[in-house]
Design a protein around this ligand. Sequence first.
Ligand SMILES: C[S@@+](CC[C@H](N)C(=O)[O-])C[C@H]1O[C@@H](n2cnc3c(N)ncnc32)[C@H](O)[C@@H]1O
Length: 350
Amino acid sequence: MPRRTSRRTQGPPRAISRQRCIRICCETYTLLHVTGITRAPARDEALGLLGRFLAGDGIELGPGHNPFPLRYPGTAVRYVDRWKPDENEGLFPEVGEGANFPVPDIVTDLNVDGLSILDDASEDFVIASHVLEHLADPIAQLAEIHRVLRPGGVAMILLPDRRLTFDRARQGTTLEHLLADHAAGMQVPDDAHLEEFLIYTEGWNNERDAAKRDATFEHHRLRSFHVHCWTQEEFLPVLRHSITAMNMSWELVDAMLVDDVPGSIEYGFVLRRSLRPAGASVLAQRLDDVWAALVESRQPPVTPEPEPALTWRDVLTRHPVYRAARRPFRPVKRLGRSLLGRPSGELDAG
Ligand SMILES: C[S@@+](CC[C@H](N)C(=O)[O-])C[C@H]1O[C@@H](n2cnc3c(N)ncnc32)[C@H](O)[C@@H]1O
């Protein structure tokens, strides 16, 4: 009986396009990140560094099975999530049995209740790592984070770069779009958002079978999906708007840029609720200035253009003996001038 050969060994090897290769790499990285199978040490280092801003008592929204690392003893965190560990394990079987979902201290649907269970100015820090993009109204959530922070408290906001995940075919969510969702008071991501997500991330072809369509939508709503998506530059207007139009007194104190960590798919902002709120326009200007400085600090130092190599002719003509030899013999020049009675300029010009 002929042995079955695997597809990989049949026929000549097929060339793999560059685009497909990039896609596979992105998907593998996204999968590894989302499932927590591995975390690049460089990422841990970068998060550890950002973690220097986390001290005191705070909360983490949506830790999933990847809680943010806390750096200092004595820093206490309470977890806020929509699902308990057994529910998470059922909804996300792909993370495997070893996944460790922390038990949430507060079970709540952020879309519906925000952080209403917490008092104003009650927290030293709030972490939201890969959470805002899952929410129907991220601006409302940002306002909630600001409300529960003490003045001087820190918000750690991490987001995936849409170009580097399954969102890569989607447009960045504009500020106008977010403001429309906010004005509509959207609490559950509507069908239009879900359709857009499915069309561009899964090639969904608008299922005609109503029952199948409802089941697909329900499945994605329960797991929560990327309702919105941004690059780091696309998210800045959201922060600027929250300062200028929504009375949030954010100071940008640090950031993790998407290019900081090799192979990274994410970026992050460390925002401090100002201790002494300045005017909104001053805070917005400071946001822009600090962002520009952070981006600038990552630019490689400018190296001066190398001098062109010297030719033998350059070496010869610069040599002092050569230059001395080329100098006109002054006594002869002076004699010529006195004999001809011409001004020196005329003689020199000849
Ligand atoms: C992609 S996971 C992020 C996990 C982890 N923070 C990380 O950075 O890898 C999104 C988390 O947000 C939570 N989440 C999503 N929508 C939520 C909602 N409406 N209310 C509360 N938690 C929500 C999910 O349960 C999950 O824990």
